[in-house]
Design a protein around this ligand. Structure first.
Ligand code: MV4
Length: 487
């Protein structure tokens, strides 16, 4: 095992990695920006190095500053967390060039899977089911038109360099295709510096189901079950659960096994997530691979008992996988709610400010991953995730009841500070969600519906249409969504 590693991240995930390291006797180096001087990880890590100003380009995305901090402190490896440099193949290569182990897949595998068109063709070769679409990127509008006519409308144009829902354009009819194709390419060039796009048949009302995998460097791999992440707004997940509900065991198994086959074929090492869409008939199609530990990894930890960050560290240190598939048992149901410092009545705009009150829930089978504390200043520089509330129970109804109880306990306040807790409650209250019958359309439906009628005694004129409503046509995502955060 490593003696010392550097954590190239901040917030709750940096704390999560510090905790895993302490449990394994690995010393930790935290890096922090000027804005994060007072963060909990600076106190909890064995050492902390300031790497630059608040702007992430100059700190958490600054490969040179991070490598220099590792050199100065003698760290042997770098854990990138999620976001920032976590899926940057160039950074993984820079680490290797400087004698540092990057805790994740090799730069080559990351580059191959990070190119969504290449990933699509790789997985096709591995026998994974895909939506109908182009075999590779599409170089002309005329060719796009031919393919679209063949697979039928609606189609979706995706950027090879995109992912996570960034830079997708849905096209409903042939007359929209040419202009949409040109627009998507121009935006892709501007945002990613790569104008290659590919086409897929657009699948409506599907569920987002993903599979957690662990693979070592010796050709061994296991899957750790599924998570449903359909509760999203503009590709930001709000609620995740595992195992994916309302799917037959046969479907879940086939999906997980196909993901594992794909990862082994690609030569993947470390923790990976394979994303699929699943339709009403339980047909599933491969979407993309996430080459990192994900925000929602605790869901899987709760239903399997496997510490995914421990496993990442062992794999990166060259230890053969300590689990076989027969050792992995999915038990019960886990649910995660993301508590963001945002105002769901104002289009989920961030509401930074100082926390005057911060008292997270506790109790049985309740885990809260957070970097918050009373007096913590939530700044405007980074994403607004403050806490993840994760609960486990033997069945889904009990887990949802436990989550309602946990959110009820959560006390967060501060001048100007709002959280997504009220909106999370609306999700948990939704009849379709309760039954486990929901798809990626759930959040837009809730945002279009009138806000919960106030209790008779409690006041107030009906809410005016909110920014969220104005900004949510309810239609498919467009290139208007392009400059988004990446998690
Ligand atoms: C799609 C799709 C429907 N059809 N591809 C978005 C994130 C990225 N991982 C893949 N995504 C999607 N790809 C085809 N061919 C639907 C999504 C999608 C989605 C679309 C609209 C609104 C919310 C969504 C949530 C997850 C996935």
């Amino acid at each position: 095992m490593f003696e010392k590693i550097l954590i190239a991240n901040r917030g709750e995930i940096a704390l999560r990695v510090v905790r895993a390291c302490r449990e394994l006797g690995v010393r930790t180096v935290a890096v922090y920006s000027v804005a994060d001087r007072d963060s909990a990880v600076v106190r909890l890590a064995d050492e902390a190095v300031c790497i630059g100003p608040p702007e992430s380009r100059q700190s958490y995305r600054n490969a040179a500053a991070i490598v220099e901090a590792a050199r100065r402190t003698g760290a042997q490896a770098v854990h990138p967390g999620y976001g920032f440099l976590a899926e940057d193949a160039d950074f993984a290569e820079i680490c290797a060039d400087n004698g540092l182990v990057f805790i994740g897949p090799s730069p080559e595998v990351m580059a191959a899977l990070g190119d969504k068109a290449r990933a699509r063709s790789l997985m096709r070769e591995a026998g994974l089911p895909l939506p109908a679409g182009s075999l590779a990127t599409v170089g002309t509008a005329a060719r796009a038109r031919e393919i679209a006519d063949e697979i039928g409308y609606p189609v979706i144009i995706k950027c090879a360099a995109g992912g996570g829902g960034r830079g997708m354009t849905v096209v409903r009819s042939a007359d929209e295709l040419g202009p949409a194709y040109e627009r998507t390419r121009i935006t892709a060039q501007a945002v990613f510096g790569d104008d290659r796009v590919y086409l897929e048949r657009y699948l409506v009302q599907a569920r987002h189901v993903e599979v957690q995998l662990l693979c070592d460097g010796y050709g061994n791999g296991v899957h750790l079950g599924t998570r449903d992440c359909s509760v999203q707004r503009r590709h930001q997940k709000l609620v995740e659960e595992g195992p994916a509900p309302a799917l037959s065991v046969g479907t879940l198994d086939a999906l997980a096994n196909s993901a594992l086959r794909g990862a082994l074929r690609a030569g993947y090492t470390g923790a990976a997530t394979f994303e699929f869409l699943v339709d009403e008939a339980e047909r599933f199609s491969f979407m993309e691979v996430n080459c990192r530990i994900q925000v929602e990894h605790p869901v899987t930890e709760m239903i399997t008992g496997v510490d995914l960050v421990h496993e990442q560290l062992h794999i990166a240190a060259g230890v053969p996988l300590r689990l076989r598939q027969a050792d992995v048992r999915i038990a019960g149901v886990a649910v995660e709610c993301r508590v963001n410092v945002e105002d769901s009545d104002r289009g989920f705009a961030p509401t930074p400010g100082r926390l005057s009150r911060f008292s997270p829930p506790g109790g049985p089978f309740t885990r809260v991953d957070t970097h918050g504390y009373p007096g913590y200043l939530v700044g405007p520089y980074y994403d607004s995730l403050l806490a993840k509330v994760v609960v486990w129970a033997p069945d889904r109804d009990l887990a949802l009841g436990r989550m309602e109880r946990a959110l009820h306990e959560f006390d967060v306040d501060g001048p100007g500070v709002r959280t997504t807790i009220p909106f999370l409650r609306r999700v948990l209250d939704d009849a379709g969600f309760r039954k486990g019958r929901y798809s990626t359309g759930l959040v837009d439906r809730l945002l279009r519906a009138p806000a919960t009628p106030p209790a008779p005694a409690a006041l107030a004129a009906p809410a005016a249409p909110t920014a969220a409503m104005a900004a949510s046509p309810g239609g498919p995502p467009t290139t208007a969504n392009l400059p988004r955060r990446t998690r």
